[in-house]
Design a protein around this ligand. Structure first.
Ligand code: PAF
Length: 283
């Protein structure tokens, strides 16, 4: 049965009792509006651990656009149904006041890891992510915490957070879950019309074309071709880059191993991100 927890105090109490019984805990942090991508993390957490804790909290400190925060879909009742179906054990769903008594003054900086890709366009975003994820790690003390590959840069930032602050836990990155047409699952897809959903599938096609042609041409040419293809589909690309899958710095030569193509683009008014590993890759 899914047990709903609203306060830090109750969460700490539940975790204390689980630890006393030597239970392993899988944590799946989310902002709700759950889809198959999130549910795949819950399933993996259930397989790996005695107990799964999912959190739902639309974290204000990671939004640099107040409108975006306001528009973020809140679908509590539907999310609870999904988690019940997946036999998730605990749902931590606090109010904003429960999480932040005041505006936090602590800021995180991740150097070259955040000056690229999303970090270039979303000032302060990763500091906000690091703040909420640190709080969750303290409160839940998970054995393993689960995040999706779709937010690859977020995963690298959280890896750094765990290493630098010595959080005693493991991180697991789970593969991107896609619609049949290749569109990466995202809460933002709900804001796309039916036509836009079809149009958005071109993002994955563009990434796939880079992967398929990687041994035939120089990377900058492949990227330019992919950008031209997307522009012909009326898709407004914010960035499309091939980067090292670990340090996220731009790769110019296609010989390098562990490369990943990353994209952010607007389909209509909706900003979407996606990525694809370009060579054989094992985390
Ligand atoms: O990936 C997300 O949904 C959020 O950034 C996270 C990790 C739950 C922190 O608010």
């Amino acid at each position: 049965m899914l047990h709903l927890i609203r306060t830090q105090a109750e969460l700490r109490d539940v975790v204390f009792r689980l630890k006393q019984k030597n239970k392993t805990i899988g944590l799946v942090p989310t902002m709700g509006n759950l889809h198959e991508g999130h549910l795949s993390l819950v399933r993996q957490a259930k397989v790996d651990n005695d107990v799964c804790v999912t959190s739902i909290f639309v974290n204000p400190t990671q939004f640099n656009d107040a409108e975006d925060l306001k528009k973020y879909p809140r679908t509590e009742a539907q999310d609870i149904l999904h988690l019940e179906r997946e036999a998730c054990d605990f749902l931590f769903m606090p109010s904003a006041d429960e999480v932040y008594t005041d505006n936090p003054c602590l800021l995180f900086q991740f150097g070259s890891l955040e000056s690229v890709l999303e970090g270039k366009y979303r000032d302060g975003h990763f500091s906000g992510v690091a703040t909420i994820v640190s709080k969750l790690f303290h409160w839940v003390s998970p054995t393993v915490a689960y995040f999706g590959q779709k937010d690859l840069q977020q995963f690298r930032i959280i890896e750094t957070l765990v290493k630098d602050l010595s959080f005693p836990l493991q991180l697991k990155m789970c593969p991107i879950v896609r619609e049949n047409n290749g569109l990466a699952m995202s809460s933002r897809n709900n804001r796309l019309s039916t036509e836009e959903k079809t149009q958005a599938a071109h993002l994955y096609k563009a990434l796939t074309s880079i992967k398929e042609l990687i041994h035939t041409d120089e990377l900058p040419n492949l990227i330019n071709q992919a950008k031209a293809y997307l522009s012909a589909q009326n898709i407004n690309v914010e960035y499309l880059e091939v980067v090292d899958a670990y340090n996220l710095q731009t790769i110019k030569e296609n010989k390098k191993q562990k490369a990943v193509a990353c994209i952010a683009a607007y389909v209509g008014e909706v900003r979407l991100i996606d990525n694809l590993f370009l060579n054989h890759f094992k985390e």
